[in-house]
Design a protein around this ligand. Structure first.
Ligand code: NAI
Ligand code: MG
Length: 342
């Protein structure tokens, strides 16, 4: 087995806990002989401070070259300030599919044996954020509006991606999650395309439908009925944090942003400013994202080795960070994971 670093990939340490968890994950990837040749690039507040831009040209060029990136979380200002770099990257590279698997790793939680995947449309919906104020009387901000949009093309593409994934990964069912009873056009179009695509997979993958609020409730009362969920942007954002909560929180939730020419892998969580720089962050979400990246480049063998180390160390409870009720530091967990690699 070759351990040569032959696959160029962009590495964005990011903000807050980003540099700590990126350090941890690259150490583990090195230990397992992952083939990535890293091009380090800046993004987020770290980039803004260093270069005056939250997404420097060099970073975009690097991803365009490599078509592959592992990204730490990036801080986004709330309310005003610059536009989310995560959203900008998705749009710049047409990363249409956000794939977020949720799997029980730590036993003894409120929910056992969870194993589902959320596919979130990544380019449209309310994330288009075409927002405006309308003045009334003396108040220039009396009314706020936001226009979302969905296109037949993207609805079709994300649902098809979910069904293709289901076929390739022996998944049984895809649930179309929508709010077409109220947003009859915006999410009705999604449902219409979803039903159309589902017909092509008849006999191979089951399909059903849920309204998003009922889905949220069922995910907490009976999450096992779900296998693959495909939905529009904002609903997918919210439901994937919910499902992360089912299996022990944001420390165990990876995500991939997939496009035709590039793929960006990241944790579902943000930059966790409350614990940044304290050696407390759980690197497992980003490590699981790196595993998705390994699978993406055809190295499932290495991902499996890392998965086994995670099982040995975290599932067994030997070493856990604070978010999972343990006392270990990021560096202690990293060392334990490296040692557990076979
Ligand atoms: P957050 O996910 O950063 O933190 C929420 C809570 O979870 C905090 O208590 C944090 O300490 C904890 N947490 C998160 N990741 C953890 C880890 N790996 N180990 C242990 N504990 C962890 O969400 P928040 O506070 O809403 O957002 C902070 C910043 O991150 C914001 O600027 C937000 O816009 C940005 N963000 C970036 C994302 C990205 O780059 N993909 C995704 C989500 C948020
Ligand atoms: Mg989110």
């Amino acid at each position: 087995m070759s351990t040569e670093k032959t696959i160029p990939a962009t590495l964005i340490p990011g903000d807050g806990i980003g540099p700590e968890i990126v350090q941890s994950v690259t150490e583990i990837l090195d230990a397992v002989g992952a083939p990535f040749k890293w091009e380090k690039a800046l993004g987020g507040v770290a980039a803004l401070d260093a270069t005056g831009s939250p997404l420097p040209k060099e970073t975009i060029e690097s991803i365009r070259r490599t078509g592959l990136a592992l990204k730490g979380p990036l801080t986004t200002p709330v309310g005003g300030g610059f536009k989310s770099i995560n959203v900008t990257l998705r749009q710049e590279f047409g990363l249409f599919a956000n794939v977020r698997p949720t799997k029980t790793i730590v036993p003894g939680g409120r929910f056992e044996n969870i194993n589902l995947v959320i596919f979130r449309e990544n380019l449209e919906g309310y994330y288009a954020a075409m927002e405006n104020y309308i003045p009334y009387g003396d108040d220039p901000h009396a009314i706020a509006t936001s226009a979302g949009y969905t296109t037949r093309r993207e609805c079709n593409r994300i649902v098809r991606y979910a069904f293709e994934y289901a076929v390739k990964n022996n998944r049984k069912r895809v649930t179309l999650v929508h709010k077409a009873n109220i947003l009859k056009l915006l999410t009705g179009l999604f449902l219409e395309e979803g039903r159309k695509v589902a017909k092509e997979y008849e006999g191979r993958v089951e399909v059903n439908e849920r309204i998003v609020d009922a889905c949220a409730m069922q995910l907490v009362t009976d999450p096992w009925q779900y296998d693959c969920i495909v939905t529009t942007n904002l609903f997918g954002d919210i439901l994937s944090d919910l499902t992360a909560g089912l299996v022990g929180g944001l420390g165990l939730a990876p995500g991939a942003n997939i496009g035709e020419k590039a793929a960006v892998f990241e944790a579902v969580h943000g930059s966790a400013p409350d614990i940044a720089g304290q050696n407390k962050a759980n690197p497992t979400s980003l490590l699981l994202a790196a595993n998705m990246m390994l699978a993406h480049v055809g190295r499932q063998d290495l991902a499996t080795r890392i998965d086994k180390a995670i099982e040995k160390v975290i599932t067994s409870g030997a070493v856990r960070t604070g978010d999972l009720g343990g006392k270990a530091t990021t560096t202690e967990l990293t060392a334990a994971l490296k040692q557990a690699l076979v």
